[in-house]
Write a protein that binds this ligand. Structure first.
Ligand SMILES: *Cc1c(COP(=O)(O)O)cnc(C)c1O
Length: 462
């Protein structure tokens, strides 16, 4: 299986190279050159076997011959070892046509664990193969950094540096990152906001002196390795509900559109689907683009679904590339214009193709709050604000058309302030929280400047 760039000006690479690079050298994102095919018999198996087996089979299809089979098996085994639920991604029915796919039973209680736990051993295997070292840098507002720290702690060939804004991530999220005692992990708490962290990461990624004998990359969802690890649960859920005979519709709480794109990748790989709804919060650039044809940047609005507060969803580029019939020149033009002007207009043909692929729905804060209250009242379920955004979008879908699956991306105890303000009690913590409550925190506080960041990095890179 080989990978090409959405901007069409980078060499074709194998899976391991796409994984280690993250972004393609022409500024595009990697996608498989051709989609694998999961036929009806395979889907039948995915409904019946343990989730980790499905994850291994799906990964194998996307990795191809680029990594040895035992490395892929070890990556899938990580799910069994680190998740606190035997089903890993349980699918729970709450109404005649409505299911909730619980993706929060991992070590940091958010769906990012599903991909990150597998990505870490795959990355190590790719590095072992080429005898290289990798420095991973990431800015986080909470969930990504925590999942990365948990997944990469103890990796043999990878050092991980996570920058978070000091005192601006929740105490739970901070402790998930800082109570890990691993010499290859460095937590930097930056005196500033998330944008300062992102700016520093960008500057560090461009700093050639860090490259000295090692690769430098990032772990956000521009990396195909992240998306590949999210495809199996779409296949599992749809197969469990009777695909291909009874196709499901998916509703995905969306920020960078990585999770939603993984659903489209499952569809491109043969999964019959009745549709995919991307549910966004007040940060609705994606919904405006698909519903009005203008993709425009706006100022960030803080919401309760913080992990979806995204202004320019990075995986929109993959969607545009696919919807345009893999027109790299048109994709390049759209995103270069957006980067330059902060706005791009979508051609009518592209727009109708996009609308065939996804329906995008904006959900405001009062509706999100209402859904949290309703889920408790109607089903006795406490849901996180991200899940509530998707539940609100699901409520507006026509009834009686077949199964609807709402992805539940985080455990509500990760966001206790929002939930307790609405329901009057704190959500019960998941089992994974017990492990880090007491341990000592390890973090380095720095000013938001490049010299300070570079000096702090010496703790993990000589
Ligand atoms: C990251 C995240 C999302 C958004 O996922 P994308 O792939 O960026 O669209 C939704 N919910 C939670 C809890 C998250 O952590």
């Amino acid at each position: 299986m080989n990978y090409l760039s959405t901007r069409g000006q980078a060499p074709i690479v194998s899976f391991d190279q796409a994984l280690l690079r993250g972004m393609a050298p022409d500024g595009g994102l990697y996608l498989p050159q051709t989609w694998p095919v999961f036929d009806a018999a395979t889907l039948g198996r995915f409904a019946a076997q343990p989730y980790a087996d499905t994850a291994r089979e799906v990964l194998s299809a996307f990795v191809g011959a680029a990594l040895p089979a035992p490395a892929i098996a070890a990556a899938a085994q990580r799910l069994t070892d680190s998740f606190h639920h035997t089903a890993i991604t349980p699918l729970v029915q709450v109404e005649p046509d409505l299911w909730i796919l619980e993706l929060f039973h991992g070590p940091t209680a958010a769906f990012k664990d599903l991909a990150m736990q597998m990505m870490a051993p795959l990355t190590d295997a790719a590095l072992a193969r080429s005898n290289e070292k990798l420095l991973l840098l990431t800015a986080t507002s909470g969930d990504t950094g925590a999942a990365a720290v948990r997944a990469f702690a103890g990796s043999e060939h990878t050092a991980l540096v996570v920058l978070h804004p000091l005192d601006r991530v929740s105490p739970v999220q901070r402790r998930q990152m800082t109570t890990v005692d691993a010499p290859n992990v460095l937590n930097l708490a930056v005196r500033g906001d998330f944008d300062d962290c992102q700016r520093l990461v960008k500057a560090l990624l461009a700093d050639d002196s860090l490259r000295d004998g090692r690769r430098v990359s990032s772990v956000n969802s521009i990396n195909w390795g992240r998306l590949a690890g999210q495809i199996p649960y779409f296949l599992f859920a749809a197969a469990s509900l009777g695909a291909p005979d009874r196709p499901a519709q998916f509703v995905v709480p969306t920020g960078n559109f990585g999770d939603a794109f993984a659903g489209l990748a499952a569809k491109a790989s043969g999964l019959p689907m009745r549709g995919l709804v991307a549910a966004v919060n007040a940060n609705d650039a994606l919904a405006r683009a698909i519903n009005t044809g203008v993709y425009a940047r706006r100022a960030a609005a803080p919401t309760a679904s913080v992990s979806m507060d995204v202004q320019a969803p990075s995986n929109f580029e993959r969607l545009v590339f696919e919807a345009s019939g893999r027109d790299a020149a048109a994709t390049r033009d759209l995103f270069e214009t957006f980067a330059r002007d902060g706005e791009s207009r979508l051609a009518p043909g592209l727009l109708s193709a996009l609308r065939q692929e996804v329906c995008a729905v904006r959900v405001d804060e009062p509706r999100t709050a209402l859904e949290i209250a309703r889920a408790w009242k109607d089903w006795g379920r406490v849901v996180c604000p991200h899940t509530a955004v998707a539940l609100a979008a699901a409520r507006d879908l026509p009834k009686g058309c077949g199964p609807v699956v709402v992805l539940s991306t985080a455990h509500p105890a990760k966001f206790p302030e929002t939930v307790s303000a609405l329901l009057g009690f704190d959500p019960a913590p998941p089992p994974s929280f017990a492990a880090f409550g007491e341990r000592e925190e390890r973090l380095t506080v720095i000013d938001a400047d490049l010299v300070a960041a570079r000096a702090a990095l010496r703790a993990v890179v000589a």
